[in-house]
Design a protein around this ligand. Structure first.
Ligand code: XMP
Length: 435
């Protein structure tokens, strides 16, 4: 590893990730570790230049007292205490009392003057490091990767192709619930442009047959998740000599699952995820990256911006936006209206500025007029929201001219639709998705 590292020690602070990001933003690599880091665990961390103890009341057990492990205090590396006290700290900061500027000055002083860390955290160094780490882990073994086309799995694929080329096999399962043009783009970019070994599985009928008549949102999610695993297992079973499984786990997935001391925010589950009973060793090269860093790595590896800057997309895909029992024609209405919405956001310069925007087609019909005749068709609902952590969200106020244009295009171009509605609900009371 080329990078120097500053370790954020979780002493119950709620903002560990924020501090790690602040350090990385200053050009120095940073990871979060628990207060009871052992000597053995510490020995596995390369180039540790200093520790930031981050205190606060976030505990798995109320009243739990946290003390820094012997390994940390004996390491000799400088320590800064934030929101907690530590006798031999080089510097102590209150949790949030200082301004951003004062914090940045203190942080810079600690990292560069006290710890003498080098500013060598960069996308290029990360890619070089990971390629050699992957080569070391995998040797000439074979890796299998479920490539959904989302940002994380796409970036893992690009990295693995660079590291091991044809020893990677990607499986792209088209479950019929992907956005317009998505499966085609995955095949084009990975098979044709990057020369990947890609198995494309058209499982559209299989998924839609299983989902026919199922209204309950939880049942729909379950069917999609389980069927995905089935298809993947079948494909894996046709291959020989696979020892490793690539996964697009990223740092927030790990942080949000909770550490030994911090209360967990939510348990990490990946709906497109794979069974734990699989007898594979995992390859997770992005597990220490935040989302914006994953995007930067993807761009540096040559993935198109439309793939790298994709909005979040739920594992069950358009299935949770085709509210109620999924039918093929209503699913097409979701897909087509979503494509129009994305196009108009791009035209309006809002792409990348609004956190998430999509359409929903509920299973209701209303009367309208088409070509001078009575129509009885679905409405398309537009939802555009902003959020930081997806736990709460506010509604993006779209310009009226844009709403009028969207209404005109959607009602003219999407078969079976005669109305356009705007969802004005923040989270809470709504969730971001409708199901
Ligand atoms: P909700 O609807 O819970 O969504 O407010 C919060 C964010 O999570 C996304 N989402 C999912 N992502 N698998 C995912 O990978 C899922 O099953 C899933 N459900 C919701 C949603 O799009 C929003 O960004």
């Amino acid at each position: 590893m080329k990078q120097d590292m500053i370790v954020v020690i979780d002493m119950g602070g709620a903002n560990n990730a924020y501090i790690a990001r602040e350090v990385r933003a200053l050009g120095v690599y940073s990871e979060i570790h628990p207060h009871d880091l052992t000597e053995k665990e510490l020995a596995l961390l390369p180039n540790v230049k200093g520790f930031i103890l981050n205190g606060g009341p976030n505990r798995a057990f109320p009243g739990q007292v946290l003390e820094v492990s012997e390994a940390i205090s004996a390491s000799g590396a400088p320590i800064m205490a934030v929101g907690c006290s530590y006798a031999s700290a080089a510097r102590s900061l209150p949790a949030w009392a200082e301004t951003e500027e004062e914090r940045a000055v203190a942080l810079r002083h600690f990292i560069f003057d006290v710890c003498s860390a080098e500013k060598n955290w960069s996308t290029k160094n990360f890619i070089d490091d990971q390629i050699s780490l992957i080569k070391k882990q995998v040797g000439d073994g074979k890796v299998l990767l479920a490539l959904s086309g989302g940002v994380d799995s796409s970036v893992v694929a690009a990295l693995l192709i660079k590291a091991i080329g044809q020893n990677l096999t990607c499986v792209h399962v088209n479950h019929g619930l992907l956005r317009k043009g998505e499966p085609e783009q995955v095949v084009k970019v990975f098979r044709e442009e990057l020369g990947a070994n890609l198995i494309y599985v058209d499982a559209v009928d299989r998924f839609l047959d299983k989902l026919a008549g199922v209204c309950d949102p939880e049942k729909k999610r379950k069917i999609i998740g389980e069927e995905f695993i089935r298809v993947f297992e079948e494909e894996a079973g046709k291959l020989d000599g696979i020892k490793f499984l690539g996964q697009g786990t990223i740092y927030p997935d790990i942080i949000e699952s909770g550490t030994k001391t911090a209360a967990s925010i939510k348990s990490h589950h990946n709906v497109g995820g794979l069974p734990e009973s699989f007898d594979f060793e995992l390859v997770e090269p992005l597990k220490m990256l935040f989302k914006d860093e994953v995007r930067a790595v993807g761009a540096a590896l040559g993935l198109p911006s439309s793939m790298v800057n994709r909005q979040p997309f739920p594992g069950p895909g358009l299935g949770v936006r085709c509210v109620g029992a999924i039918t093929r024609d209503r699913l097409e209405a979701v897909r087509e209206s979503d494509a129009i919405l994305r196009e108009e956001f791009k035209n309006a310069g809002l792409e990348g500025k609004v956190w998430q925007y999509f359409t929903i087609v509920p299973d209701i019909k209303s009367t309208g007029i088409r070509d001078g005749k009575r129509s009885f068709d679905w409405p398309v609902v537009i939802r555009a929201v902003n959020t930081v952590d997806a736990m709460t969200a506010t509604v993006e106020e779209l310009p009226w001219e844009m709403i009028k244009k969207l209404t005109a295009r959607i009602t003219a171009e999407v078969p079976g639709v005669n109305r356009v509605l705007i969802d004005a609900t923040p989270k809470p009371s709504g969730t971001i998705e409708w199901e």
